[in-house]
Write a protein that binds this ligand. Structure first.
Ligand code: COA
Length: 261
């Protein structure tokens, strides 16, 4: 993926590490960065050798310090809608990504950067991480799904407070309210996130995908329909080689070797 300006991709066996690298602007999301993030996830979706993705920011200061304010400053009502929709589409594709996506947040995750972390399935933070939605201070609102996803993750009351005040939270506070799963030292962030990814990738890939899909569907679906999907997925898994392998391995007291089929 050497044709990208702002995104680097590293591989560590079955884990892909996607690095947003626009350090002179604290990895702020201009239109090109958003487009490249969309492209990179499109490619990784089809790469069967990749079983999990870690999304992070380059440098020590920022995950992503928000949407590019210089670009936003030029928008009008029509282009504003388009900017919001373009970001929403890419972030939704991350949320619906069929393999686990873990945000490794080592610095500022503000505005669109916080929304990007929210679109990931799991968030790990270093002690240097800072989360916040400062948009109202710029006269706008979060436009990449933040008004929806933050409340779903941490509850409406706290989400309203954070969104209306624009307050920034440190890593520990973020963990206390359930915004992040774990806090690490800055040096250990990527290794500990990889360890978490590997805990997942040793499990059956089809089961992981369908568990994610069932949980996200439940957010948007009436309980009866969500239960119907869960049962169908459960039944579908019974026809996979992975289920046979997982159960056989348990009975034979050995590690399962899942093929994702
Ligand atoms: N959009 C565009 N440029 C941004 C940016 C953003 N969201 N966030 C940071 N930058 C740029 C700065 O303008 C500066 O560029 P310059 O060197 O060309 O002047 C560079 O990144 C470094 O940022 P700087 O503000 O000098 O770093 P700092 O350590 O003093 O402050 C922040 C860090 C994150 C507190 C501060 O950059 C900030 O408040 N950023 C905006 C956060 C925000 O409101 N995001 C939501 C947008 S919707």
């Amino acid at each position: 993926m050497g044709d990208m300006t702002y995104i680097k991709v590293e591989r560590d066996d079955e884990v892909a590490i996607v690095i947003i690298d626009r350090q002179d602007k604290l990895n702020a999301l201009n239109a090109d960065v958003v487009q490249e993030i969309g492209e990179v996830f499109d490619r990784l979706r089809d790469d069967d050798a990749v079983r999990a993705v870690i999304l992070t920011g380059a440098g020590e200061k920022a995950f992503v310090a928000g949407a590019d304010i210089g670009e936003l400053a030029t928008m009008n009502s029509m282009t504003g809608v388009a900017v919001s929709r373009a970001g929403q589409e890419v972030f939704r594709a991350i949320e619906l990504f069929p393999k686990p996506v873990i945000a490794a947040v080592g610095g500022y995750a503000l505005g669109g950067g916080c929304e990007l972390a929210l679109a990931c399935h799991i968030r790990v933070a270093s002690e240097r991480a800072r989360f916040g939605l400062p948009e109202v201070g710029l006269g706008i609102i979060p436009g990449y799904g933040g008004t929806i996803r933050l409340a779903r993750l941490i509850g409406l009351g706290r989400a309203i407070e954070l969104t209306l005040t624009g307050d920034m939270l440190g890593a520990e506070q973020a963990q206390t309210i359930g915004l992040v799963s774990a806090v690490t030292s800055p040096d250990a962030l990527i290794d500990e996130t990889k360890a978490l990814a590997r805990k997942i990738t040793k499990n059956g890939p089809v089961a992981v995908r369908l568990a994610l899909e069932s949980m996200y569907r439940a957010v948007d679906t009436a309980t009866e329909d969500a239960l119907g999907f869960e049962s169908s997925a459960f039944g579908l898994l019974a026809s996979t080689d992975d289920m046979k392998e997982g159960m056989q391995a348990f009975l034979e007291k050995r590690k399962a070797d899942f093929k994702g089929t």
